[in-house]
Design a protein around this ligand. Structure first.
Ligand SMILES: NC(=O)c1ccc[n+]([C@@H]2O[C@H](COP(=O)([O-])OP(=O)(O)OC[C@H]3O[C@@H](n4cnc5c(N)ncnc54)[C@H](OP(=O)(O)O)[C@@H]3O)[C@@H](O)[C@H]2O)c1
Length: 270
C-alpha cells in the first residue's frame, strides 16, 4: 500500500516522507523540482512523481501517472502549499490565471483527490489528509479570488479554509466506502521555507507538526474518523472557522472549484 505525499521536497512534507520511509512504508513522493526530487529519491529510496501544482493540466497528468503506477493507494496527503509570500501585497496567479494560493493550496489537492477517488475506494481502508492551517478566513463569494482587495495572508487563510471545507464535502461523498477524509493544522509556525519567507520567527518544531500529520495518516484509533479538523496534536477534533459548517458556502466553493477546473482543462464541469 502506497502513501502519496505532495510537496515532499521541503519542510513538513519532507519530514513526514522521511519518517514514513524510515518506518518502512512505501511512499510516493511528489515534488515540482526534478533535482530536489532526485536528491530525495537518492537519500530515502522513495519513488517520486513530478508536477507543478500551479497548473491544473499538470495536476491532471499527475493523477494519471499515480493511477497508472500505483496498485493500491492507502493515503493521499495534500501537503504542498504556498505561504503568504515575501511581498504580501503582490497578487500572484497560477499558470491558469487563477489566484495562486487558491490554485495550489486548494484546487490542486481538490482535483487530485477527485481523480484518485476510484483508486482510494478500491484500496479501502484508505485516507485523504489535507494539511490546512489554523489560519483561516471566510471566503467572500463576491470576490473569492481577491481581485478587488488582495493580501497574501488573506489569500493563504481563505485557501486553508477551502481545504477544510473540501475535506468535509469529500468525507460526506465517500461515507460508507472505507475512505476517510480529514484536515489538520499541523503546528504553529514551524521552521520551514514558507514561514521564513512570510510569517516570521518559528514557534514550534517540525517534529510537532510531523507527529500531528503522521497521526492522521497512520493512527488506527482514527480509522473511522472522517470529515473532521484537528488542531495539531490535540487528541479530539477541533472546530474550524464557522464557514466550514455552512452547507451553502461549501456548495458555492464546490461550484466555483469545479468551474475553474473545467475551464482550465477545457472540459465540462463535473
Ligand atoms: N510551517 C508552518 O508552520 C505551517 C503551519 C500551518 C500549516 N502549514 C501547512 O503545511 C504545509 C507544508 O508547508 P511547509 O511549512 O512545509 O512549507 P514549505 O517548506 O515552504 O514547503 C512547501 C512545499 O510545497 C511545495 N510546493 C509549493 N508550490 C508548489 C507548486 N506550485 N507545485 C508543487 N509543489 C509546490 C514546495 O516545493 P519546493 O520544494 O519545490 O519548493 C514544498 O515542497 C502547507 O500546506 C502549509 O500551508 C504549515
Amino acid at each position: 500500500m502506497t502513501i502519496l505525499v505532495t510537496g515532499a521536497t521541503d519542510g513538513l512534507g519532507r519530514y513526514v516522507t522521511t519518517e514514513l520511509a524510515k518506518a518502512g512504508h512505501r511512499v510516493l513522493a511528489h515534488g515540482r523540482n526534478p533535482e530536489r526530487l532526485r536528491a530525495l529519491r537518492d537519500e530515502l529510496g522513495v519513488d517520486t512523481v513530478q508536477a507543478d501544482l500551479a497548473e491544473l493540466r499538470q495536476v491532471d497528468r499527475l493523477a494519471d501517472e499515480v493511477l497508472e503506477r500505483v496498485d493500491r493507494l492507502a493515503v493521499l496527503v495534500n501537503n504542498a502549499g504556498v505561504g503568504a509570500g515575501a511581498d504580501p501585497r503582490r497578487r500572484e496567479v497560477s499558470a491558469d490565471g487563477i489566484e495562486l494560493r487558491f490554485a495550489v493550496n486548494h484546487l490542486a489537492g481538490y482535483h487530485l483527490a477527485q481523480r484518485l477517488v476510484p483508486k482510494l475506494v478500491a484500496s479501502a481502508p484508505a485516507r485523504v489528509v489535507n494539511v490546512a492551517s489554523i489560519g483561516q478566513e471566510p471566503i467572500d463569494f463576491s470576490d473569492p479570488l481577491l481581485e478587488r482587495s488582495y493580501s497574501g495572508m488573506r489569500a493563504y487563510r481563505q485557501s486553508k479554509l477551502a481545504q477544510i471545507m473540501a475535506a468535509i464535502d469529500l468525507a460526506e461523498e465517500l461515507r460508507g466506502t472505507g475512505v476517510t477524509v480529514n484536515a489538520l493544522h499541523p503546528a504553529t509556525l514551524m521552521p520551514t521555507t514558507m514561514v521564513r519567507e512570510g510569517f516570521g520567527a518559528p514557534l514550534s518544531t517540525l517534529e510537532e507538526g510531523g507527529r500531528a500529520t503522521l497521526r492522521l495518516i497512520l493512527d488506527e484509533g482514527l480509522a473511522t474518523t472522517t470529515g473532521r479538523y484537528f488542531d495539531s496534536n490535540r487528541p479530539d477534533p477541533a472546530d474550524p472557522h464557522p464557514q466550514a459548517g455552512d452547507p451553502d458556502a461549501r456548495r458555492r466553493l464546490r461550484e466555483l472549484s469545479d468551474r475553474l477546473i473545467a475551464e482550465a482543462l477545457g472540459r465540462a464541469p463535473r
